[in-house]
Design a protein around this ligand. Structure first.
Ligand code: ADP
Length: 393
């Protein structure tokens, strides 16, 4: 099959990231078919004949492949080994399984970034080797961490299946390291130095089948309890830093030969250094503003890349923007229609509601983007505050 014949795209996963591909798919004349275990998932509304099966079920993906020309991913919680057997039989995945393989385990991702020379926190892996002894902080740092010049506080991360900060813990001493490790099922962990960052930044970039790479504006992300609350566009940083981050994004996407969109999260330190926190091999929450505030959204560019079409323009269609996540703050089946209408009535404000049937604390229920005719950080923050005062009131 040639790229121009790609019309039907399978998506493994049915959450909001797949749902937001609905509009651009229609615009580009592409049909989407999803694989998801849950009929109530947001993307079922835009792709009504899903393969109802767990996302890591390769037999279901084989079935999905019967209905589409190529398969892409909405999240990274996939069964790589199972999918490899399908790829060997000629099923086309975009991005390829080779591009995803070094990224799915957070420790292996760090090894890969090290290999290609990307700046990042110092790191190691730990699997409780001395768990039976009473470990003192000094022993632990001497035996395991000082070799890599790490010291408490440290950050530990579950190597797989973490999201929205679940599986990421800031650890102050060896006792809590031990306890958290027990809680995480005694699986090997990624351990990394704690970065007292000044700000967190992110960038979304796409690479097409011909190797062209396009990069969106670098943004500032603001996390609370390790969950993204708001995104300020563009980040208030020097042109030199923007160029550096663009170069990092290009290096990563090119060396992995990615086809599709990747999100890259970064730390900016007080002395002006940027370090990569994490690569997400998919569309990213930090890029949701692109739907309303850019010439081409991240979702459209992802589909363009996967369908072998030329990539679209990533520039802003306004001076600046702010994206605020609407997070659940209670357990409820409320659809919050009044609050949504109030938000939608604000100037240049676009409300995206994912249609989830149940709200839980911290669950991403929707997001709001406001297009602005300014870029100043304090003004963007003030707009976010107003939105949050309506939403969380
Ligand atoms: P997830 O993949 O679950 O989103 P992350 O690794 O991105 O988890 O971590 C979530 C948040 O935790 C980050 O956005 C950041 O605020 C904080 N964090 C992660 N790693 C570090 C680190 N090495 N130093 C300081 N803070 C960190």
């Amino acid at each position: 099959m040639t790229d121009s014949e790609i019309k039907k795209i399978g998506i493994i996963g049915g959450g909001q990231l797949a749902w937001m591909m609905g509009n651009p798919a229609q615009k580009l004349g592409l049909k989407l078919i999803i694989q998801t275990p849950n009929i109530a998932d947001p993307a079922v509304s835009i792709a009504p004949d899903p393969i109802l099966a767990p996302i890591d079920d390769p037999a279901a993906t084989a079935k999905l492949a019967n209905y589409c020309d190529t398969i892409t991913f909405e999240n990274e919680f996939i069964n790589l080994e199972g999918l490899r057997e399908l790829a060997a039989k000629g099923i086309c995945f975009r991005p390829s399984l080779e591009a995803l393989a070094p990224l799915l385990d957070k420790y292996e991702q760090r090894l890969y970034l090290e290999k290609i020379g990307i700046p990042q926190p110092q790191f190691t892996t730990w699997a409780g080797e001395i768990k039976k002894e009473k470990i003192t902080d000094t022993q632990l740092s001497n035996q395991y961490l000082n070799q890599n010049k790490l010291d408490f506080p440290i950050v530990i991360k579950a190597r797989r299946h973490g999201y929205d900060g679940q599986g990421t813990f800031i650890i102050k001493d060896s006792d809590s390291l031990e306890k958290t490790w027990q809680k995480l099922g005694q699986n090997p962990l990624l351990v990394e130095e704690f970065i007292p960052f000044e700000r967190e930044l992110a960038v979304v970039a796409a690479r097409g089948v011909t190797g062209e790479v396009v990069v969106y504006p670098v943004v500032e992300t603001q996390q609370e309890e390790q969950v993204c609350r708001r995104v300020l566009v563009p980040a208030e940083i020097s042109l030199k830093l923007v160029e550096k981050i663009n170069a990092i994004a290009k290096t990563i996407l090119t060396s992995l030969e990615v086809v599709g969109i990747f999100g890259i999260e970064l730390f900016l330190t007080s002395n002006g250094k940027v370090l990569v926190n994490e690569i997400s091999p998919r569309t990213h929450n930090s890029g949701h503003f692109t739907i309303d505030a850019c010439q081409t959204s991240q979702f459209e560019n992802h589909l363009r890349a996967v369908a072998g079409l030329p990539l679209g323009n990533t520039t802003l269609n306004c001076q600046g923007a702010i994206m605020v996540n609407l997070l659940g703050y209670e357990t409820s089946q409320n659809d919050y229609i009044e609050k949504r209408e109030k938000l939608a009535n604000l100037p240049e404000t676009f409300v995206h509601w994912y249609g989830k049937t149940e709200s839980r604390r911290g669950r991403k229920l929707g997001h709001v983007t406001v297009r602005c005719d300014f870029q100043e950080r304090n003004k963007l923050n003030a707009i976010a505050k107003n939105i949050e005062s309506i939403w969380y009131s």
